[in-house]
Design a protein around this ligand. Structure first.
Ligand code: TK8
Length: 349
């Protein structure tokens, strides 16, 4: 183990390394009676995601596949499945736990039923910038949450970017807190989102991501909220008249590997996947931010009316929701929330 850590460069904190050192079993555990793989074996690794191949998440997965192939001399082949063809976030996560799929990269929000502390990332108006999010996710708070995964049959190799969520709807622009009144909004299957939108007077409906377009098109719901790249790549703007730049939540993706699969890998194979997840993650965050800037123009050109939301109105929205954040801080652990706020303060300009 020590030689492996040395090879990676002591002092570089990489999520998987902490997991290996923390849980220990990841590099010695196995699912075939004690014998561990050695060297690099020919393997095909099924990696399923909810978004399509043109979305920054899909482009990140392509980059991950290329890095893995290159580092393994072509022996490890990542087979990508896009647009929830293997199921939505929760279903694919369960497939990893059962050893039926090797990799998925869900939003953290639908995992809160399994690890409630992921819910701290669902607090509205938590991060002001992507850099603040990176600092928390790649720091001690993000690590602590990754270390809760192995007991659920999962290994977390790091965080990628879903991004700042913006509201679309087919009724009217949302410029101030009162404008949420009565809007039927699809949310992720996440209690913080549900309670926050209820507090704002909206009528939230939890729903798996793959059902959202149909629900919008059929007017089953009035609106939804997602980062701009997702709105554009899933053509939500084609069935939504208004886009309001609320930026109300920053959602991370978490890079998950099946622990059943991980425990059967050699340390060399584990290192390849860990390094590739971190390297591809840096690339994915960068293209996510570039895409965010481009998507807004394309959405405007499609005819969707776009409105800004002033800082004062965002502050009012946050004040309306504050009792919900206080309750969930208690539920998820005030110490963890306080630690996260300290991490944010360190980088806040
Ligand atoms: C894609 C989802 C999506 C999320 C949602 O698998 O459900 O709205 O934002 O990105 O994770």
């Amino acid at each position: 183990m020590k030689s492996w850590l040395k090879k990676l460069g002591v002092g570089i904190i990489i999520p998987g390394m902490l997991l290996l050192s923390a849980c220990g079993s990841a590099s010695t555990g196995n699912n075939d009676g004690g014998k561990k793989a050695d060297g690099i074996q020919e393997r095909t690794i099924k990696a399923g995601i909810g978004l399509n191949e043109d979305h920054p998440e899909g482009l990140g997965l392509k980059k991950f596949s290329e890095i893995v192939a290159e580092k393994s001399g072509g022996k490890l082949t990542v087979k990508p499945f896009y647009s929830a063809t293997l199921g939505d976030d929760q279903k694919m996560t369960e497939a990893l736990q059962g050893g039926l799929q090797e990799i998925t990269i869900p939003s953290t929000s639908p995992l809160v039923g399994m690890i409630k502390e992921f819910g701290i990332f669902d607090f509205p108006f938590l991060f002001n910038t992507p850099e603040e999010a990176d600092a928390v996710l790649d720091g001690p708070v993000g690590q602590k949450l990754l270390e809760k995964l192995p007991e659920h049959g999962l290994i977390g190799l790091g965080y990628w970017e879903n991004g700042f969520r913006q509201l679309t709807n087919s009724k009217h622009p949302v410029e101030k807190a009162e404008d949420f009144q009565g809007l039927k909004i699809r949310t992720m299957q996440n209690e913080v989102h549900l309670d926050a939108f209820k507090e704002l007077g909206a009528n939230p409906t939890p729903m798996a991501f793959s059902e959202v377009f149909t629900a919008l098109e059929s007017k089953t719901v009035d609106g939804q909220e997602n980062p701009l790249a997702t709105i554009k790549s899933n053509k939500f703007n084609e069935v939504q008249d208004y886009l309001s730049l609320t930026g109300h939540v920053y959602t991370p993706f978490v890079f998950l590997v099946s622990k059943k699969f991980w425990d059967g890998l050699s340390e060399e194979e584990q290192t390849i996947l860990q390094d590739a997840a971190v390297e591809a993650g840096k690339y994915q965050r960068q293209i996510s931010r570039e895409e965010d800037a481009k998507a807004i123009e394309e959405i405007k050109e499609s005819g969707t009316k776009v409105n800004e939301v002033s800082a004062e109105e965002k502050q009012k929205m946050k004040e309306v929701i504050q009792p919900i954040i206080d309750d969930y801080s208690e539920k998820f652990g005030q110490d963890l929330v306080d630690e996260m706020m300290k991490e944010i303060e360190k980088v806040r300009k």
